[in-house]
Write a protein that binds this ligand. Structure first.
Ligand SMILES: Nc1ncnc2c1ncn2[C@@H]1O[C@H](COP(=O)(O)OP(=O)(O)OP(=O)(O)O)[C@@H](O)[C@H]1O
Ligand SMILES: [Mg+2]
Length: 371
């Protein structure tokens, strides 16, 4: 087994071939310091209709974000302008994924990131000091430890700010002057302390609407961003496709040699869709669980079951195991949600089993694990 494989390679490593191919064939107009043109960035995220010819092979650019193509276009255009981009939405709607794809395609790096937490300080947003060097040499540039924001301005690349509303509002506000004047002052460095942002710099923030109210953003800061709301996928076929694509990718990266069972993916996609919407395809009204029924959760329920089948089982998806993983995911926030899941099985799954048989019947039988 190779030792130098990364557990989760960054987007620019994962899709190096696609990015190289797009770069080589990119003829579109480019904002200054962008690696790819807005057209090519769009193709990278939304896929290409025809495969590209690259190094003598056909390279298919897979659609990575499914749902709202216009949203992706607006995001790209925002980043070319002088306002930041703020992606807001429910958990698990691919806000982080989108911001990584955008950064990798536009700046060639997706790892220039500030992670917002209750403990994020102004130092982490602006700069701090290497105290040994500071004592030895005084306040010189070499003694300064740049933050991802500083690096973004200095190199003209995007800075991602994850979960910005988890950061106290007064700390968030240190972004305001940087976003409006595009300059950061380091008073300790004297005259050399003014850092003017290079073209290509911008900020992509993400914020979770479930966390709203934890630390609201000030309206001054809000005005420096264009907001885009990323909605959950509302189409079963699309949700199934996301599960299939993502699980395939995860399995490939973990060398799990097992095909994705499309029927099981569809079953899971229907369950997530119906519990989220509160109504079944047969017209039942369903009590919605308070837990977030996100596509990201559906992907991980499938993948968990797949790994169990791969390592302990016969490399076939076990529906009993799927139901147990589903139960874990649904009841983690509120114990009452288990009752809602049970009643979903007693009504919707039972009726679908009666109507469609097959997998839905096995699913119904597996309700015995819901305790
Ligand atoms: N519309 C979509 N297209 C493609 N993949 C999706 C979509 N929605 C969800 N996913 C899947 O779910 C994952 C979403 O995870 P991600 O961490 O990006 O969500 P998030 O919105 O940042 O969530 P959180 O608010 O919890 O941080 C993706 O990696 C992908 O596997
Ligand atoms: Mg996220």
């Amino acid at each position: 087994m190779e030792q130098n494989i990364e557990l989760k390679p960054p987007v620019e490593v994962r899709y190096r071939k696609e990015l190289d191919a797009l770069l080589a064939q990119d003829t579109g107009k480019k904002p200054m310091n962008w690696k790819l043109s807005p057209k090519a960035v769009r193709t990278f995220i939304l896929g290409s209709a025809k495969p590209l010819q690259w190094n003598g092979e056909e390279l298919h650019i897979r659609k990575k974000y499914l749902g709202n193509d216009a949203l992706v276009e607006r995001c790209i255009i925002t980043l070319a302008g002088n306002r930041g981009l703020m992606l807001v939405g429910e958990p698990g709607t691919a806000k982080t994924m989108l911001s990584e794809l955008l950064s990798a395609a536009i700046s060639g790096t997706s790892t220039n990131t500030i992670q917002g937490t209750a403990g994020t300080t102004e130092d982490m947003i602006k700069y701090s000091w290497n105290y040994a060097l500071l004592l030895a040499r005084g306040p010189v540039r070499e003694a300064l430890v740049p933050s991802p924001l500083y690096v973004g301005m200095e190199q003209g690349v995007l800075t991602r700010f994850e979960e910005i509303t988890r950061t106290p509002a007064e700390i968030q506000d240190s972004l305001i002057s940087v976003l409006s004047d595009k300059v950061l002052n380091v008073p300790e460095l004297g005259e050399a302390g003014l850092l003017f942002a290079k073209p290509g710099f911008n900020v992509i923030g993400t914020a979770n609407t479930r966390d709203k109210g934890v630390n609201e953003m000030s309206s001054a800061l809000k005005r420096r961003f264009n907001f885009e709301t990323v909605m959950p996928v509302r189409d079963v076929a699309m949700e199934k496709q996301i599960i299939v694509n993502e699980v395939r990718q995860l399995a490939g990266e973990s060398q799990i040699d097992m095909p994705v069972d499309e029927d099981v993916a569809e079953l899971l996609a229907s369950t997530y869709h119906e519990l989220r919407e509160g109504v079944s395809s047969l017209g039942h009204r369903i009590d919605r669980p308070s837990a977030v029924m996100s596509t990201a959760e559906a992907v991980s329920v499938y993948y968990q079951t797949m790994m169990t089948a791969y390592y302990y089982g016969d490399a076939h998806m076990d529906i009993g195991c799927l139901v147990q993983n589903l139960m874990g995911a649904v009841q983690k926030e509120n114990k009452d949600d288990l009752e809602k899941l049970r009643s979903y099985f007693q009504t919707v799954v039972r009726d679908k089993g009666g109507k469609e048989g097959g997998l839905w019947n096995s699913y119904y039988e597996a309700r015995k694990y819901l305790k």
